[in-house]
Design a binder for this molecule. Structure first.
Ligand code: ARG
Length: 483
């Protein structure tokens, strides 16, 4: 036995040192990958000008590059809090942002443009004041419109704003010129309008406390400018997005022809169905573990609360439980998720799936606790007295008489809670997790089509809930038979 143990120990140390030697330090780049040609997703991979430049520099500096996709308004904060080392996301250098992060030397000039439908009656910028304008939340386009035109409608990314424009939900979109050109090429019913609204420069953002990384990046960027490789990368991706443009346009005639083509476009081209498959996996994974965690927490809290009520013991614990219930049930789950991710785990790098499980588990625990407590309370007090007079302790009576009956009574409500929880995980996208709902959004921002991706997502949830419900009914029936 001892020998086996020793060998195992030796093997693990060998294995670990072996890995250690090969592993390069990680460099985490944060971005918002729906901004072609700077960053976009193809085949579940993030590609584009920014990832390519950063990858080359990371290679030279001996880093292993890891790219995290998130909301654009979160990328600067991510660098500031240390969740990412560098933000590369077509970021315009502005005075406000300079207060929060350091910028590298700029690598491209840019500006904001207006996109209009081709048949738009708008002839003059001033007319936009009365119209619905879409922007990407937190961008310089957003700032410009809010300051100079009117309060805009804010979208999670430019593609979704443009999709809303082509669905006639907006009258105009203001966005950076290069992505605007890509979008317009893909949607023949849209066009660019007028002159640029601003003049800007893009640069990478790095934490103020990391001047070395900034220095290295500036040095490498400078070299890439000199030797022409920077210009080559930019030209390559510009023409690449020119090529792939128009591939989204539906050309087929007739209802079935169109349906077939849009099925292909939304689900099969570039293996887009894989977003749904992976998203489904993540949703299921989060739900299963959150349910388990919720059950454990809920059960413990319910037992504490009802024991305290019945025996007058555990006053302090009972108070803590009450505070937990009040706080959790009194605030929205999205806010709890954001607090856990950005505040509690603000400066540490934890796995987002874990964060989601913790957030949804803690949340569900509060509801489960009240459901189970209701079940315990519903058992006649006489049973506790009977158990005690038979010589069982409070705990034994609880375990052997009360809880089994309570569990059976609350099964339907518990089932309901799990169904609710499964659907509630759809807000996981707020911390940039690619769950099922987010998967639909990613497809939507690539194909500009709302119908099929959303319907597909809805059908998958429906199937899951139906399956869960039938499992629970089955369980209920088995328990009934055992009676
Ligand atoms: N240049 C604009 C800004 O800095 C928009 C950038 C949006 N980038 C993106 N990857 N979505 O505000």
């Amino acid at each position: 036995m001892k020998h086996i143990f020793a060998v195992l120990l030796l093997l693990t140390t060998l294995f670990m040192t072996g890995c250690g030697k090969e592993k390069k330090p990680k460099l985490i780049m944060v971005t918002n990958a729906a901004f072609p040609p700077y960053e976009y997703m193809v085949n579940q991979r993030i590609d584009g000008i920014d990832p390519e430049i950063v990858r080359r520099i990371a290679d030279k500096l001996g880093y292993e590059l890891e790219i995290h996709d998130m909301a654009f308004e979160a990328v600067i904060a991510a660098v500031q809090s240390g969740k990412g080392d560098i933000a590369a996301s077509g970021i315009t250098v502005t005075e406000e942002r300079k207060k929060q992060v350091n910028f590298t030397i700029p690598y491209v000039v840019a500006n904001q443009m207006v996109i209009l439908p081709k048949n738009s009656p708008v002839k003059d910028l001033a007319e936009l004041k009365k119209l619905r304008i879409g922007v990407q939340h937190g961008t310089t386009g957003d700032l410009y419109v809010a300051k100079n035109i009117r309060e805009p409608e804010r979208f999670a990314n430019g593609a979704l704003a443009v999709a809303a424009l082509s669905a006639k939900k907006l009258d105009a979109v203001v966005i950076d010129q290069e992505p605007a050109e890509v979008y317009v090429r893909q949607m023949p019913q849209l066009q660019l309008f007028g002159k640029p609204l601003t003049s800007e420069e893009y640069a990478f953002a790095i934490n103020k406390e990391n001047p070395e990384l900034l220095g290295h990046f500036n040095e490498e960027l400078h070299k890439m400018k000199e030797d022409g490789s920077l210009a080559a990368i930019i030209a390559h991706y510009r023409s690449e997005s020119g090529k792939t443009a128009s591939q989204n346009a539906i050309v087929a005639e007739g209802f079935f022809g169109k349906l077939q083509e849009s099925l292909y476009l939304n689900f099969f081209k570039d293996k887009r169905y894989m977003y749904l498959v992976k998203g489904f996996g993540i949703t299921l994974y989060i739900t299963v573990f959150a349910v388990l965690m919720g059950l454990v927490i809920g059960f413990a809290v319910a037992v504490i609360r009802s024991t305290a009520d019945q025996t007058g013991k555990w006053k302090l614990l009972n108070l803590l439980c009450k505070i937990y219930l009040t706080v959790i049930r009194g605030t929205p789950v999205v806010v709890q998720l954001l607090i856990i991710y950005f505040v509690i785990f603000g400066t540490v790098n934890v796995d987002k799936v874990l964060v989601a499980i913790i957030a949804f588990g803690i949340n569900s625990g509060a509801y489960v606790a009240e459901i189970i407590r209701g079940g315990i309370m519903s058992i006649d007090r006489g049973q506790m007295e009977a158990g005690r007079s038979l010589g069982l302790s409070h705990r034994q009576t609880m375990e052997q008489i009360i809880l089994p009956q309570a569990f059976k009574n609350v099964l339907p409500s518990l089932g309901n809670e799990f169904v609710v929880l499964l659907k509630e995980t759809s807000v996981a996208g707020y911390i940039a997790l690619q769950d099922l709902t987010k998967a639909g959004d990613i497809i939507r921002s690539q194909t500009y089509d709302a119908f099929l991706p959303l319907i597909a997502v809805a059908l998958i949830y429906l199937a899951l809930v139906t399956l869960l419900t039938s499992l629970l009914t089955h369980l209920e029936n088995r328990l009934k038979k055992n009676e």
